[in-house]
Every structure is written in C-alpha cells, then in structure tokens.
Design a protein around this ligand. Structure first.
Ligand code: NAP
Length: 248
C-alpha cells in the first residue's frame, strides 16, 4: 500500500484512534491534515509526524460547525491543492440512562458524531467530484450495531452514520468516490480508559480475542480502505472488534 502524493484529512487526529490513523497514513507516504478541536494536541501530532520526515499540518476544527469545517477544507486545499481522503473520526460521548439523559447531552453527541460527519462530507465532496476520485471513511462503532445501556445518544449517532455512509456511497459511486464505515469494538484509548476496571474485565470476557483493540488495529483498516487494494469496496461497514460482534 502506497499513499505517496495523496492528501488526507483526519478529524479528531490529536489523540487516540485519530492519531493512530494519522500515523498510519503518513507512514504510507501521504500528507495528513491533523484536524481537531484541540489545536495543541493536533500540533503535537503533526510535529511528531514531520519530525519523522512525513508530511503533515495541524488545523483546528469543530466538526459540528459548518463554517469551521469550511475553514479546515480551504486550508487543506490551499496547502496541498486537493483532498483525496476524508476520515471522519472525531467523536464524543455523554453517557446517561435514557430517563436521565439531558437534551443538551443528546444534542451534543448528535451534533458532533452525526452532523459533524455530514458537514465534513459536504465540504469535501465538491472537490472530490471534480477530480473524480476520493475516499471517505466514517468511524462508527460496535455500539451502533448492538446498542449499549447508557449510550442511547451515542448508539443512535453511530447507527445513523452507517445509513449516511451507505447513502452517500450510492450517490457518489459514479464519481469514483468510495464511502465506507469502520465500526471499532472496544479500543484502548482515553474513551475506554475512563471505564472502571470491573467494566473492562466484563468487556474482555465478551471478546473472543480476550483483549481490547489497539488504535493501530483501526488505523490499519482505514489505511486499507483508502488504498488501491480497496478499489471495489463501497457502502460497507468493516467491524473491527476481536469477534465481539460478528455481523451477517
Ligand atoms: P478520543 O480519544 O476521545 O479522541 C477524540 C478526539 O476528537 C479528541 O482529540 C477530541 O478533542 C476530538 N473532538 C471532539 N469533539 C470534536 C469536534 N467537535 N471537532 C473536532 N474534534 C473533536 O476518542 P477515540 O477513542 O480515539 O475515538 C475516536 C473515534 O472512534 C470516535 O468517533 C469514537 O466514537 C470512535 N470509537 C471509539 C471506540 C473506543 O473504544 N475508543 C470504539 C468505537 C468507536 P477534545 O479532546 O478536545 O474533545
């Protein structure tokens, strides 16, 4: 797999899975726009990559804000002249059981995890359509497929991302653009580090491979999907979860 000459935007690239995706795409020769709400974190990721001789720049973005997304896309186009790949990875949780879930918690999760994906796809699709090529990978979640008590907002947003992915895949297949989703299981990041040890232990008992995934497990799948090895794959959801959920 070789991404030389390719340009990727990765949202939520400052840490966790997004940072691993940035590292993976840059190591394959691509230029990476590390975009995040957390500008300092994005700068750190970008400078770690450039220190290794890779091509990267940092950009601050709030994916839930279409104006902020436009600024990110314009910055990428003015620096590199094109966008080949968009990886919609930025995501948040605001957990509570349904009866206790506040409207603000519902709205915040939907506006980042779902509206954010809509905003970013809308902002890159014009230039991808013109160049008649592009790859979009949306990060969903196992929770969107099987549900999870305490995460009604998150599960709804991640399931909706799958419907959005399949629809945009159909709309833009004729333009040479593929749109796929990756649904991680439970991965070792800040998001899961917050879970108590007892919950982590119970989770591992439900995973046939008996371990949480690593961010690189997801990054490798994303790298495959944007590469030439995945030319004929669109509208799919790749589940990467150690066997915790086996989709039909
Ligand atoms: P993470 O460690 O919390 O990192 C998410 C990054 O996104 C953070 O740097 C965060 O910045 C940034 N972000 C939050 N809101 C944003 C916004 N509005 N605009 C731009 N950036 C924003 O999360 P992760 O565990 O790596 O997860 C990455 C993705 O994988 C998410 O979509 C998540 O839902 C999905 N996922 C994760 C797991 C898992 O087990 N970890 C499993 C399934 C799916 P701040 O720190 O400033 O908020």
């Amino acid at each position: 797999m070789n991404l030389e000459g390719k340009v990727s935007i990765v949202t939520g690239g400052a840490q966790g899975i997004g940072k691993a995706i940035c590292e993976s795409l840059a190591a394959l020769g691509g230029a990476v726009i590390v975009s995040d709400m957390n500008l300092e974190g994005a700068k750190t990721t970008a400078s770690e990559l450039t220190a290794k001789g890779y091509r990267a720049m940092a950009c601050q973005v709030d994916v839930s804000d279409a104006k902020s997304v436009k600024v990110m896309v314009d910055a990428a186009l003015s620096e590199y002249g094109k966008i080949d790949h968009l990886i919609n990875n930025a995501g948040i949780t605001r957990d509570a059981l349904l009866l206790r879930m506040k409207d603000a918690e519902w709205d915040a999760v939907l506006s980042v995890n779902l509206k954010g994906v809509f905003n970013c796809m809308k902002a890159v699709l014009r230039s991808m359509s013109k160049q008649r090529s592009g790859r979009i990978v949306n990060i969903s979640s196992i929770v969107g497929a099987i549900g999870n008590a305490g995460q009604a907002n998150y599960a709804a947003s991640k399931a909706a991302v799958v419907g959005l992915t399949k629809t945009v895949a159909r709309e833009y297949a004729g333009r040479g653009i593929t749109v796929n989703a990756v649904a991680p299981g439970f991965i070792e990041t800040a998001m899961t580090a917050a879970l108590p040890d007892s919950v982590q232990k119970t989770l591992k008992e439900q995973i046939p491979m008996a371990r949480l995934g690593m961010p690189s497990d997801i990054a490798d799948t994303v790298a495959f999907l944007v590469s030439n090895r995945a030319n004929y794959i669109t509208g799919q959801v790749l589940h990467v979860n150690g066997g915790m959920y086996m989709s039909g």
